[in-house]
Write a protein that binds this ligand. Sequence first.
Ligand code: 5GP
Length: 185
Amino acid sequence: MNENSPMYQDLSSVLYSTEELRAAVRALGERITQDYRGKSPLMICILKGASLFFTDLIREIDLPLEIEFMAISSYGARTVSSGEVRLIKDLDRPIENRDVMIVEDIVDSGKTLSYLMRLLNSRGAKSIRLVSLLDKPSRRVVPLTVDYSCFQIPDAFVVGYGLDYDEKYRNLPVVGVLDPKVYSN
Ligand code: 5GP
């Protein structure tokens, strides 16, 4: 896809190019590889937003890891979180005594991840760490620290590289700020 695509015209700015995303994901994969040396982490992809980041990230981690998928409710055709978290797809197997990593696309209020932490903590994991491509710390409502993130971003609604608005823009190969004209009328 090139920059003449109509999807690019809906962005007010590009925050991270394909090359910047690739470099950041590679560096994060190397960090996780060092930190989990000798372990076999269970990496949980939170659908759908984290799917592109997740499949790129696991290929940069040189460990005998395993993968799982969970789905939770999203914004829908809105740009502000309702704060209500719903589990749509649960894990297929137990996580007892596993080193778990939850992989998200973006942490905003922190409500989604704190809900998931509570849920998975009650299932006897050995450790749980949070991984997110993007972090918007200024928007936090629930105290929550992201263990690994690629970029901290200001308070803006972003799309691309898995992140959607009304299910669109996930296939944009960059992360950009969605022009408010797209959702304001
Ligand atoms: P939280 O529960 O932390 O408020 O929100 C987390 C979820 O909200 C993310 O997984 C993502 O689906 C959605 N979200 C938060 N900020 C943005 C954003 O800037 N763009 C998009 N597309 N989704 C967002």
